[in-house]
Design a protein around this ligand. Sequence first.
Ligand code: HEC
Length: 172
Amino acid sequence: MKRKLALGSLTAVMMATLCTPLSAADPVDPAALARTRKQVKVLDGIYKHAIVLVTTHFVKEESDLPAGTAFKKLFEVAKENDWHHVRLIDATGDPYDTENVAESDFEKAAVTQLVAGKDYVDRTIVRDGKPILQAATAIPVVMDKCVMCHDNYADLPAGMAIGALTYEIAIE
Ligand code: HEC
């Protein structure tokens, strides 16, 4: 009885701290969840800074290899090695490449929340008995150069999310 109560309150705490409700029947270890969220934060910071650095120093004209294209190759390597899954997707409804759109229910719901002003959304799921963190972070138009190739960004309010990086990482 005591154990049941403890589990119940743990689940309640986790439901309250997550942006989207837990669908998992089993509670996730809060320390492992915190470590995985930190991992997303670090990865997101590294990926975004690298994309901005590449765009700043190497992309001069529209015919140059966009950082987005280069990083999609890197994301494939991460997936092949089973490090994590990460996708670069559009949030404007007008993607450069039609494959870069929200596919899963999580991604679709996340894009709506990011466009509405959130910087970050996540939730935990259980797949094949293993807990996974799904997360999404906003991408705003960070420099004028973005508009060189994405001319649709020019008409959007400054600071609005025009895209997202979405993640799936095992909670270990
Ligand atoms: C040199 C042209 C170019 C520049 C500059 C550029 N992009 Fe892109 N971007 C692309 C191309 C091409 C794709 C599609 C890549 C693919 O699928 O291989 C893309 C894809 C994207 C996507 C995924 C959704 C979509 O539209 O397909 C986002 C989000 C994005 N870029 C944001 C940005 C941001 C933010 C900047 C500024 C930091 C930027 N881009 C600068 C050409 C560019």
